[in-house]
Design a binder for this molecule. Structure first.
Ligand code: M6R
Length: 578
């Protein structure tokens, strides 16, 4: 996953590109670079993050250029492997997001033809291929080059002395064009475009665009096509931190509103799901946990069986029944999820995408799209998008069960507001000194435990695992000790009694237990080492409240340990490789 940006207009391109790349760093941040079209192509590539203060860019003259922020796939993070990449003459510069699957054979062919490569990346074949075909002009050269590429790409090209334009090409990786007044942008998403214009064009797969300061021409197979512009729904304020020290905290605090909106997204049961006998969900990471919560919620009230599959494993299973398949993906760009949905289509299953990003790749694959409307999520850790997924899916369970969750769904946001104020510094102390953390829950609180552990390991770098509480005695018990606290999610309900026993068994091994339980529950508070109260409510409010407490526990622990909160090491916001 990488972020790309291009600018052409009347402003100094270098500073537009660097500011844009800062906003795209959530996509990858191990190196960055820009190329600006002045008298010659000016190139700057650097390993590591973009410095706060960066006076060097003032020496880059030119009002057109391209930039890249990288999440390494082929070749280590280094100056050499950073984009942009150049052709042999140094006159063509390219930034690329995606994977060129046939790069090894192309590289061999190009090297045999005399081309010299400077990096270990797959992307560098693109400028050399364009150079190879450059006799008939840049646009035609890009068209011919794309015909040779297999894999996924969104790339931008500038040519020294070129006719004042940027050429863009897209296949299976996102690319948005921003249409300003006498200036145009292209970027991996709309976030960096918002500072200049709200009018955007979402390119389609196999589109090639020629972008000048005055507009854009889009081509498919050499023929001109129309791509209508639309208005971005997010505001500039939505993508700024708004006074919070980190995007993650801001996004956690937005959740009462996000949940209230998400449960209203579906006003009626989608036609595709009318009379369904079974459902399959495919997703990764946090989105998979939201899918598991849905499975528990729906099966307990509607008797409709739900398969919830890790998207990366879906294709290895035998062909499913023709039940509808729902892809749950915040970004809409997760390669595993999107290819699982393609597999579902090949089985002729009706498909639905639940996503937060309009115009993302998944929206082009699915028969129907449900938009989460959580607003842009910048922090790598999924928080408000997860709550929005839970809200939309719980509403779906409600619609499929004839209204079993209706009243509770409408007030669940109040439970989140309640726990946002919770103080639990003693639990943060315990977690930040831990060697490992184990999270346990049963029923719908098992995926809540999985999600809590994922959040903790992702941003605090403490080893954390989630378990179905019944499983912990089948092996993980051997790891328990004083410095491996257990976090148990234990609201009242069908799982309460047995969770109560599990907690006592763990304590009997000398392991401290932090329990999330209802505020009025004296018994569970008495047996826990540390108790974090949740408001009174029901299964829906307990799911939402416990999820948010575990997000805050991870966040506060990571802050205590001085971690990089919004951009954890080795991770990226969208994972566009399988
Ligand atoms: O964009 P998606 O929802 O498809 O992303 C799936 C996972 O990569 C994502 O949920 C990941 O696990 C989060 N960073 C966890 O906080």
């Amino acid at each position: 996953v990488c972020g790309i940006i291009g600018y052409i207009g009347s402003r100094p391109a270098a500073s537009v590109l660097i500011e844009g790349l800062r906003q795209l760093e959530y996509r990858g941040y191990d190196s960055f670079g820009i190329a600006v079209n002045g008298q010659k192509i000016g190139l700057l590539k650097r390993n590591g993050r973009i410095p706060e203060d960066f006076p060097e860019i003032n020496s880059f003259l030119g009002t057109a250029g391209i930039g890249h922020t990288r999440w390494a796939t082929h070749g280590i993070p280094s100056d050499r492997n950073a984009h942009p990449h150049l052709d042999c003459s140094g006159r063509i510069a390219v930034v690329h997001n995606g994977i060129i699957e046939n790069y090894l054979s192309l590289k061999k062919e190009l090297e045999q033809g005399g081309h010299c490569f400077q990096s270990e990346t797959d992307s560098e074949v693109i400028p050399h291929l364009i150079e190879e075909y450059s006799g008939k002009g840049l646009l035609e050269a890009v068209r011919r080059a794309t015909g040779r590429l297999t894999g996924s790409y969104a790339f931008l090209v500038i040519e020294e002395g070129g006719r004042g334009r940027i050429i863009a090409a897209k296949k299976s990786s996102p690319l948005v064009i921003g249409c300003g007044d006498g200036e145009m942008l292209a970027a991996s998403d709309a976030t960096p475009i918002l500072d200049y214009t709200e009018r955007v064009i979402y390119l389609e797969d196999d589109d090639i665009a020629s972008i000048s300061p005055d507009g854009v021409e889009v081509f498919q197979n050499g023929c001109r096509v129309e791509r209508p512009a639309s208005l971005i729904e997010w505001s500039r304020e939505d993508v700024k931190r708004g006074g919070f020290p980190h995007f993650m905290e801001k996004e956690i605090f937005e959740q009462p509103e996000v949940l209230a909106n998400s449960v209203r997204v579906l006003t009626e049961l989608p036609d595709i799901l009318e009379g369904v006998k079974g459902l399959t969900l495919v997703a990764c990471g946090s989105s998979f946990h939201a899918g598991l919560i849905f499975k528990y919620l729906l099966e307990r009230v509607a008797g409709i069986p739900v398969r919830c599959e890790l998207a990366s494993e879906f294709k290895y299973h035998p062909s499913p029944a023709r039940d509808p398949v729902i892809a749950v993906t915040q970004s809409g760009e997760t390669a595993d999820t999107n290819s699982a949905l393609q597999v579902a289509r090949s089985y002729n299953c009706p498909t639905i995408a639940i996503t937060n990003v309009l115009g993302s790749s998944v929206t082009r694959i699915a028969d129907m799209v449900i938009f989460l409307k959580a607003g842009p999520e910048i922090s790598v850790a999924a928080t408000k998008s997860f709550i929005a997924q839970c809200g939309v899916l719980a509403r779906l369970a409600d619609l499929l069960s004839g209204g079993k969750y209706r009243t509770t769904l409408l007030k669940a946001n109040v439970a989140i507001s309640d726990v946002l104020r919770a103080e639990f510094e003693d639990a943060v102390d315990l977690c930040s000194g831990a060697r490992s953390l184990f999270y346990i829950g049963r029923g719908a609180f098992y995926p809540v435990a999985l999600e809590g552990a994922l959040k903790m390991k992702e941003i605090s770098y403490i080893h954390a695992e989630g378990f179905a509480a019944g499983e912990i005695k089948h092996g993980p018990f051997a790891l328990l000790s004083e410095d491996t606290p257990v976090i148990a999610v234990c609201p009242p309900g069908e799982t309460y009694e047995v969770m109560n026993s599990n907690i006592k068994e763990i304590k009997a091994r000398g392991t401290p237990v932090i329990v999330l339980g209802r505020r009025s529950d004296r018994e569970i508070s008495r047996i826990s080492d540390l108790f974090i109260p949740m408001p009174e409510g029901d299964i829906i409010t307990d799911i939402m409240a416990s999820t948010v407490i575990l997000q805050l526990l991870a966040y506060r622990t990571a802050v205590r340990l001085g971690r990089e909160i919004d951009r954890p090491k080795n991770l990226a916001k969208c994972v566009t490789v399988e």
